[in-house]
Design a protein around this ligand. Structure first.
Ligand code: SPD
Length: 281
């Protein structure tokens, strides 16, 4: 029997997860990080940054749909969207499904991630196809965010709250997001695993609550992220993502002709019913 090669991600010395892989399709160091793409046996192609799984072709839809559509269906008519990070293209692909979007701006610090996605991850990089509705800015979001015109939606599709991404979970960054939003804008960000990043999630929530009126953590299932359960947070001063009615969400989904595989109005509201240990964070 052939011996398999396994990719192994280790998290905080408490957890390891492994997937059987073929030879690396990409294995390079950019100015910012170690970028790898593997063919896996069960999850299609997989993007790994600094040893952490970012997305696989098979399960990325769960995360990208929930990061984008919860805030975007909370908003009555999203026309302008900024995606921070997310150079693979998955989040911007979902944002552009909304016909009201006139302009989506992807702010990704690492141009090499975008190039790799365009070459090796075409289903996600579909969101990166040049067109009149998309602008790609390869700069540090923390520097750029202050110069943006006010947006309807901001999606923070960062890596985990440690190392260089820690700044994206600070009160200062959240205040700059608010300054870059219209008064009725909505943001969503990825906040990490409630099992492994509980302290960081609690801190992010506290900081967000100082800045926004409504702050709503919600959960998504994604098998290739450690623990398989991931916490996202939506926030706004004007629209409460948890107070949306099913009828309104259904009607917006229909008007926008969204055909999705994970998000539904029921899942939108259900994802905010938090297990006690997450609520207590
Ligand atoms: N544990 C990894 C979490 C990464 C979240 N962002 C991934 C980017 C996918 N577009």
């Amino acid at each position: 029997m052939a011996v398999k090669t396994w990719f192994c991600e280790e998290l905080t010395g408490q957890w390891r997860q492994s997937l059987p892989i073929g030879p690396a399709l990409v294995d390079e160091r950019s100015d910012f990080q170690h970028i790898q793409v593997f063919e896996t046996e069960g999850f299609g192609r997989m993007l790994v940054l600094d040893g952490k799984v970012q997305c696989t072709e098979r399960d990325e839809f769960t995360y990208h749909e929930m990061l984008a559509h919860v805030p975007m269906l909370t908003h009555p008519k999203p026309e302008t969207v900024v995606v921070v990070g997310g150079g693979d293209g998955g989040s911007v692909r979902e944002a552009l499904r909304h016909p009201s979007v006139r302009k989506a701006t992807l702010v990704e610090i690492d141009p090499q991630v975008i190039e790799v996605a365009r070459q090796w991850l075409p289903t996600m990089a579909a969101g990166l196809e040049p067109g009149p509705r998309l602008e790609v800015v390869t700069r540090d979001a923390a520097e750029v965010i202050g110069s943006l015109t006010p947006q309807d939606i901001i999606l923070v599709d960062s890596s985990d709250p440690e190392g260089p991404s820690e700044v994206l979970f600070s009160g200062e960054f959240f205040r700059s997001l608010k300054a870059a939003l219209k008064p009725d804008g909505v943001i969503a960000l990825q906040a990490g695993s409630p099992f492994f990043f509980g302290t960081q999630i609690a801190a992010a929530r506290r900081e967000l609550e100082k800045v926004f009126r409504y702050v709503r953590p919600y959960l998504v299932a994604i098998p290739t992220y450690p623990g398989g359960t991931w916490c996202l947070i939506a926030a706004s001063d004007a629209h409460d993502p948890q107070a949306m009615s099913l009828e309104e969400l259904r009607s917006r989904r229909q008007q926008r002709a969204l055909e999705l595989r994970y998000y539904s109005p029921e899942v939108h509201l259900g994802s905010m019913a938090l297990p006690e240990f997450v609520r207590e964070l």
